[in-house]
Write a protein that binds this ligand. Sequence first.
Ligand code: FES
Length: 106
Amino acid sequence: MVEVTFVSHRGESRTVNGNEGESVMQVALNNGVPGILADCGGGLACATCHVHIAPDWMDRVGTPDSEEEMMLEMAVDPDENSRLSCQIKLSADIDGLVVNLPASQL
Ligand code: FES
């Protein structure tokens, strides 16, 4: 299992577990984490799974590819730590990941 902590813009945190290979978006939906809407179901077509990766985790999570970057332009208030959570696969390398949820998705 891989642990992910979601922190709301109000500072409330929720830690959940998912299986390797699932996306961060899937683990949020599976556990009823508010703030991940995922309207397109992971098809890289909506940007409603937008998260801000905690700065300490950016190196391990990595940067978006060009297709994800284009979709991130549709997100509200993207920053240099923005990623689409449907594009981040859980693995042992990111066990303990912390992501911050945008205020716009609540
Ligand atoms: S769920 Fe739509 S882009 Fe991630």
